[in-house]
Ligand binder design. Sequence first.
Ligand code: PEP
Length: 242
Amino acid sequence: MIAGNWKMNASISSTGEWLAAMADTAVAGRDVLVCPPFPYLGQFQEAVAAGRLLLGAQNCALEESGAFTGEVSAAMVRDLGCEYVILGHSERRALFGETDELVLAKMRRALACGLKVILCVGETLEQRQSGAAESVVAAQLQLALEQLSDDDWCQLVVAYEPVWAIGTGETATPEQAQSMHAFIRGQLAARSEQIAEQTRVLYGGSVNSATAAELFSQQDIDGGLVGGASLDAEHFLKICTA
Ligand code: PEP
């Protein structure tokens, strides 16, 4: 799976151009997912209906519906054709104070609405330098591992995104990424071998067309979550076929 996270970028016209550039290109054998900002989700309906792309949202509300001004519910993004939602992204954790408890509650809401979830985990530079990277990632996985059912886990993708690599141009080396992915696989296996085998674990953090192939060829890396480089359709396609 290659997933593009556009963050708070794009416009109606740039989204149209991106879709036009992707239109004749089928990427065989991979799930290509794009997560644009909420206002542009509707522009993807044709591409989704034609099976060219999967669509995801970058967030959803905790609550089901009602007086929550400015929020967008899981049911709404499902209604717009989203199959996935990204939850626990480090920007949501750092800038909007999202805790593991809140992320778990949003996961439950999303799953109840029929969405699949990309659960993001990853350590900061300080945490890596102090040797705490694995314990931080284990803690971010813990609630989902303890509290979600095997059926729920069938609907989950994990994305390992070291915070120090997001938007910095500094990709983790394939060895660093593989080592953490193997650790994550081990955490999943401690809950269930089947979950460890079936769950896709994506790498994210400054992936580009030059680094993608080597990262994606690592044993425990099942694809990528791509931020900045997914905004350019040509660049994104190169990553998708890497
Ligand atoms: C992201 O935000 O999920 C991400 C991986 O960003 P970038 O590729 O720009 O580092």
